[in-house]
Write a protein that binds this ligand. Structure first.
Ligand code: NA7
Length: 866
């Protein structure tokens, strides 16, 4: 018998008997595998077992925050309220445990202290606090996202002589504050739920607030008839809709920006969302509340005004108004009378930003004041100070993976996971709703089911395939962490010091912990990983090891969404159209695109082309006082489509960011005017503008060129001609995804020739309209083929990872550098040919455009106002 075939005591060990652990046990039993769950509490319930503080409730409606795997439950269990209290949820979980006889597989009052992977046996050895060790093939952490309390990092903790309570570890027996002076530290969800109830009992209640939270009324009561009707009409369909919604609760998806409606419409929507009383309604009122600071502020101000209208004392009201972070980037709270509690005479608020806690004393709490300190005396102090969220429960166990590596060390700079489910170096260890999964930003009950199903299906797959060990690859994991961070970077979440960011725990790395792509996208991705043969995993068994390496999502999140959207539209490919049709089509698309930013002045005019023809131009002048350097810009469109105004948004953006005048000049198009009409016009325009710098409000000697795609090709050619044909002097060239060559055999063509908007077929169509094959070697068509690139002005070249033109752009950057030209090159990760210019449509290109503008400023060291 070899080591690997040694049988473990259990196929699966589960840690935790909360919402996740219970469903896991059920599924595993159904699969016919042996499983045991260790639970430190003496009953089921997990978070609902521990959080017994007064007023504890779910903040997702109970009809949603409930199991869907047992459809009978919906008939057998009726929630008494929209938002059930903790005792009711605990009863529900107990009911489920009884119904499915799950307790017999749970070892209560047993804590897992350590887990060690044994490479020789391919088993986990689980150590529990009763001194026992249990071996298992698969080890599943179903430990919850908010189960390890954060240390109360306050001086003097432990010195208080009165009663001390922690919301996260509330006593099982009833606590009565009648007649007592009570202090509550913290104003998160736990405090906001418990404060009105504590206030109704206590003689005096003092709340110590470090950061105010946004809270909206739960309007709790019986399930609303409309909600009941909706779910009862077709429960299965409702649950399915929830699975494919972004938050795990079916909702209408907002299509409008908060900034594109009138104030009246905005207020009306916010009021409707407020009355709905769910944590998702306000955030979902518009499509940009979590991505656009200005949009967010309209919603935040709405809530602040509500607070001001509820709280009588204006100073207290202002102190309760959050102003230091965007709405929703700290967990939005749902309350039942929280703000109105502050109107009661025996309730007071201590704003710790003004008067920080000095220390906890035997008698109460001392805070620092302008003239020293004030002491508050209490009979009881309640710590509602939160949790070491998402990673705390996982790293609090000594988990030792391959080569003796501890998970907590591996995650010292933040969690590293693949799909939030597994981590490299920790084979067969699964996490339910781990970091970098939607978890706390979604309906947890639903996300738990999805994770449990995925994990159980994976175990089943391994068993039927005769495999025993699964582990993500470093490449797949790094890709997922990057993707999760990319999503976060599109949002306002990083702006808050929240537990989502790990910022509530001193010393914890500051990274966005939950996955922000939504439940639907996440589910689809997990499914795709499976469909693609467990992409990103190494799987092994007696017959050897199979590695299916790769990254599941490489595109920037918003670029991927845009491509999906375009695919859904199923538009005809441009290369199937005539040039006239293609131009009309592209104009129609442009008309739908968001506008660019405002600039100081926009001016339209004409100037002479190479052949006595008129060329339209549009000039964009910065708002700052001129004169300004001038950048002559050539639009994209494969020499066939586009005009002086077709890249309007990009030109505005460049103007605002660089502080230069941008002159977007048209040129004659193919096939009506084939090569070399376009670069001839480009060169004529540059010469003419150079001769009329004053008329354009420019600074003599400060003239650069820029372009995108075929426009960048023209910019590059013009720069060479200016060098070779006696000027004008060009200070720099900014080339965004340029066409530099006529060779379609480079890898970027084969890798990205289909599926990323600009296709090989379309490039072929462009070239065929533009230039005879015999002409394509000409450096005026393929500037990479110039005899020499020496002596050209500084260049900034941007290439995009998923662009057929990527490699020729990079070849040009390399050739320029070889020729001694000062070149800056940025390969934009996860971007496609058309995404960087998509101003105000895609957010991920912002940093690239910022760098482009920086480069422009660098071309004119002295001339641009800072
Ligand atoms: P939260 O939301 O983390 O709230 C904890 C609160 O305690 C928050 O207001 C903190 O202020 C405050 N706090 C934490 N440490 C201190 C110290 N040292 N001094 C003063 N104030 C402090 O935890 P909850 O239990 O309320 O809610 C957790 C989640 O459970 C909730 O979002 C729901 O999803 C369910 P800070 O904001 O850090 O300045």
């Amino acid at each position: 018998m070899n080591e690997q075939s040694r049988s473990p005591e259990f196929d699966v060990v589960v840690v935790g008997a909360g919402v996740a652990g219970l469903y896991l046990l059920h599924r595993l039993r159904e699969m016919g595998v042996t499983a045991v769950a260790f639970e430190s509490g003496d009953d089921v319930g997990g978070t609902w077992y521990w959080n017994r503080y007064p007023g504890a409730r779910c903040d997702v409606q109970s009809i949603d925050y409930s199991y869907s795997w047992d459809t009978e439950l919906d008939e057998q269990w009726e929630w008494s309220e929209r938002y059930a209290t903790q005792p009711e949820i605990l009863r529900y979980l107990g009911f489920v445990a009884d119904k499915h006889d799950l307790r017999r597989d749970i070892r209560f009052s047993t804590r897992v202290d350590g887990a060690v992977w044994n490479d020789a046996t391919s088993l986990w050895e689980i150590a529990t606090d009763d001194g026992a060790t249990t071996t298992c093939r698969y080890y599943v952490m179903a430990t919850g996202c908010l189960s390890v309390m954060k240390d109360a990092d306050i001086a003097g903790v432990g010195t208080f002589d009165g009663e001390v309570y922690y919301t996260g570890r509330w006593p099982h027996e009833e606590v009565d504050f009648t007649g007592k002076r009570v202090g509550v530290i913290g104003t998160g969800s736990s405090a906001i739920q418990s404060i009105p109830i504590i206030a109704s009992q206590a003689d005096e209640l003092t709340i110590f607030q470090r950061t105010p939270n946004f809270s909206i009324p739960a309007y709790n009561g019986p399930v609303r008839p409309a909600d009941a009707a909706r779910i009862n009409a077709d429960r299965a369909a409702y649950r399915e809709e929830a699975r494919w919604s972004s938050s795990g609760v079916p909702r209408e998806v907002a299509e409008l920006s908060a900034l594109e409606v009138t104030e009246e419409v905005r207020q009306e929507r916010y009021e409707r969302a407020w009355q709905e009383g769910t944590i998702f309604s306000l955030m979902g009122a518009f499509n940009d509340i979590l991505t656009n600071a200005d949009a967010n502020d309209t919603a935040a101000e709405f809530v602040r005004n509500k607070i001001r209208s509820i709280v009588d004392d204006p100073v207290t009201a202002e102190a309760l108004c959050p102003k230091t972070y965007p709405l929703g980037t700290k967990r939005l709270c749902l309350d039942s009378g929280y703000y109105a509690t502050f109107n009661q005479p025996h309730v007071r608020l201590v704003d710790l930003r003004e008067n920080p806690i000095q220390s906890i004393t035997g008698a109460g709490i001392d805070v620092v004041t302008a003239d020293g300190a004030t002491s508050y005396e209490f009979d009881a102090i309640v710590f509602a100070t939160g949790f070491d969220a998402m990673t705390g429960a996982i790293v609090s166990v000594d988990i030792t993976g391959r080569d003796g590596v501890q998970l907590r060390d591996r995650w010292a700079d933040g969690p590293h996971t693949y799909l939030g489910v597994m981590s490299v170096g920790f084979p067969n260890l699964f996490m339910v709703t781990g970091p970098q999964s939607p978890s706390v930003l979604s309906n947890m009950a639903l996300s738990i089911e999805q994770h449990v199903d995925w994990i159980c299906d994976t175990i089943e797959h391994l068993r039927t395939d005769g495999k025993a060990v699964i582990e993500p690859t470093p490449v797949a994991e790094a890709g997922w962490v990057r993707h999760s961070n990319d999503f976060a970077d599109l949002t306002l979440f990083p702006q808050a010091n929240s537990w989502y960011m790990g910022a509530n725990v001193p010393g914890k790395p500051r990274v966005v912990l939950p996955y922000l792509g939504g439940v639907d996208r996440y589910r689809k991705t997990c499914d795709q990983v499976v469909e693609r043969g467990y992409l990103g995993f190494e799987v092994s068994g007696e017959e050897g090891t199979e590695v299916n390496d790769g990254v599941i999502i490489q595109l920037q999140p918003d670029v991927g969404i845009m491509i999906e959207f375009m695919e859904e539209l199923a538009l005809p490919p441009m290369d199937s159209m005539s040039p006239v049709e293609a131009r009309a089509f592209s104009e129609a698309m442009a008309a739908e695109s968001p506008a660019g930013p405002d600039v100081g002045q926009v001016l339209d005019g004409t100037l002479p082309g190479a052949d006595g023809n008129d060329l339209d131009f549009r000039l964009y002048r910065p708002a700052e006082q001129g004169p300004h350097p001038i950048v002559i810009y050539f639009h994209g469109g494969g020499w066939v489509i586009g005009n002086a105004t077709s890249d309007d948004a990009l030109c505005r953006d460049l103007c605002v960011r660089s502080g230069a005048v941008i002159v977007s000049v048209d040129y004659r198009h193919a096939p009506e005017a084939r090569f070399p009409a376009a670069p001839d016009d480009g060169f004529a325009a540059v010469r003419w503008i150079a001769d009329h710098v004053d008329d354009f409000g420019g600074v003599p000697g400060q003239l650069a060129v820029a372009g995108w795609s075929a426009g960048a090709n023209i910019a590059a050619v013009v720069t060479q001609r200016a060098r070779d044909e006696g000027g004008p002097e060009i200070s720099g060239q900014l080339l965004l995804t340029p066409v530099t060559d006529c060779d379609f055999t480079r890898p970027s063509y084969t890798e990205n020739g289909d599926g990323y908007i600009l296709t090989t077929a379309l490039m072929t169509w462009f070239w065929d309209h533009y230039a005879d094959v015999a002409d394509r070697d000409d450096p005026r068509a393929s500037p990479l083929r110039a005899e020499s690139l020496a002596g050209l002005p500084p260049a900034m070249i941007v290439t995009c990872e998923f662009d057929p033109l990527r490699d020729e752009g990079e070849a040009y950057a390399a050739a320029l550098a070889d020729a001694g030209v000062d070149v800056r090159h940025r390969r934009a990760r996860g971007q496609i040919h058309t995404s960087v210019p998509a101003v105000n449509a895609l957010l991920s290109g912002v940093s690239v455009r910022g760098e482009m503008a920086d480069a422009l400023r660098g071309f004119f060291p002295a001339g641009v106002p800072a």
